[in-house]
Write a protein that binds this ligand. Sequence first.
Ligand SMILES: [Zn+2]
Length: 154
Amino acid sequence: MPERAPGHRNNPVRRRSSESDLSLMEFMREFPDDAACLDRLWRDRFAPDGHTAFCPKCERDRRFHRTKTRASYTCDSCGLHIHPQKGTIFERSSTSLHLWFYAMYLMASTRCGISAKQMEREIGVTYKQAHKMMKRIRTLMGRRRDTAQRRRRG
Ligand SMILES: [Zn+2]
């Protein structure tokens, strides 16, 4: 079955792949635990290949390894720690990174059409926490959409 009617080539109805196209199974496979979520943040923000990042102390690209006891990565050469959650909406949150990611998945897959009450039940936090998380995620997702739109236009 064709995905879109002829003559609508420049105005596709279906959106290109996004977080919302991920099935729950795929999500759980890709993000089985906190460590996997932290690794994603680490790659997104600092080390695209998962190992090499710019070390501000060495002032050059260095190899890093996952710190065993903390949610950080350590420079192989000087021992500096980089915390991927620092400066993000996940910083200093009592909610686990895995739950944050699951909440984001739920909001993306429902196009934000999930209530705080549903979120409370789904991820097992209080209503107040669910409300706060959703507000932060909405801000984050809105910002991402703006950036993507700007990129497309530019
Ligand atoms: Zn270093």
